[in-house]
Design a protein around this ligand. Structure first.
Ligand code: ADP
Ligand code: ADP
Ligand code: ZN
Length: 214
């Protein structure tokens, strides 16, 4: 089964995706990760995305859509997770055409229900490994040794530049304005499922599993 994960920044999409890759063998497509990778390598795509990502604005739809088009064509047969895409109604419409072109189908769009007041603490406390992408939290999921990644041993566990408080506010505003309307969109297509994003990571994962691998 192929799925979309959506919800506000900090809702836990990346964390749950990692578990779905590990425990369900799915392929993870994160548009945020792809932009950061391209920015790190200073590719033309990375240069195009940088000003938007750094300021917390959404990258223009067509740039994201073209990138996802490329990725879908290279997937092979694995079940996949779209994490952070689509993020606007025009992206969702474009995705339908891309899926059709590739004879693919997405069964569910899983919405992470997390109250606004929880998100800020999750985002300001988030730390990520620059080497392997593993995600931590200073309070809820600290590394065993400060600044050192449990997964790969690199000492580059850092705060994302866009996880500063002012940029977070811009991202939350972009979510409210452009992404929240997708709830209604996926209710209409019949793909919408809501899960409770609060509580232990394992508890959230079992709820996702009951949707994705019932
Ligand atoms: P988070 O997981 O915290 O919500 P992401 O890693 O998904 O953040 O995204 C980081 C940034 O990448 C976004 O703030 C935005 O600038 C850009 N981005 C990622 N996905 C999209 C998308 N589908 N459309 C537009 N911009 C995107
Ligand atoms: P998203 O990809 O939706 O932006 P992340 O998966 O990166 O969200 O999670 C944001 C932050 O919250 C990370 O620091 C992560 O470790 C932490 N986190 C994720 N899930 C939970 C949870 N269920 N309880 C507490 N903290 C969580
Ligand atoms: Zn690492």
């Amino acid at each position: 089964m192929n799925v979309i994960l959506f919800g506000p920044p900090g809702a836990g999409k990346g964390t749950q995706s990692a578990l779905m890759v590990e425990k369900l063998g799915m392929a993870h497509i994160s548009t945020g990760d792809l932009f950061r990778e391209n920015m790190k390598n200073e590719t033309p795509l990375g240069k195009k995305a940088k000003e938007y990502v750094d300021s917390g604005a959404l990258v223009p739809d067509q740039v994201v859509i073209d990138m996802v088009d490329d990725v879908l064509q290279k997937l092979g047969g694995k079940s996949f997770i779209l994490d952070g895409f689509p993020r606007t109604v025009p992206q969702a419409e474009a995705l339908e055409a891309l899926l059709k072109k590739n004879s693919m189908n997405i069964e569910k769009a899983v919405f992470f229900e997390v109250p606004q007041n929880i998100l800020l603490g999750r985002l300001t406390g988030r730390r990520v490994c620059k080497n392997c992408g593993a995600t931590y939290h200073i309070e809820f999921k600290p590394t065993a040794k400060e600044g050192v990644c449990d997964s790969c041993g690199s000492d580059q566990v850092v705060q994302r530049k866009d996880d500063s408080e002012d940029v977070i506010q811009t991202r939350l505003d972009a979510y409210d304005k452009s992404t929240a309307p997708l709830k209604e969109y996926f209710q209409k297509t019949g793909q919408f499922v809501s899960i409770d994003g609060l509580g232990e990571t394992d508890k959230v994962f079992s709820e996702i599993k009951s949707v994705v691998a019932p």
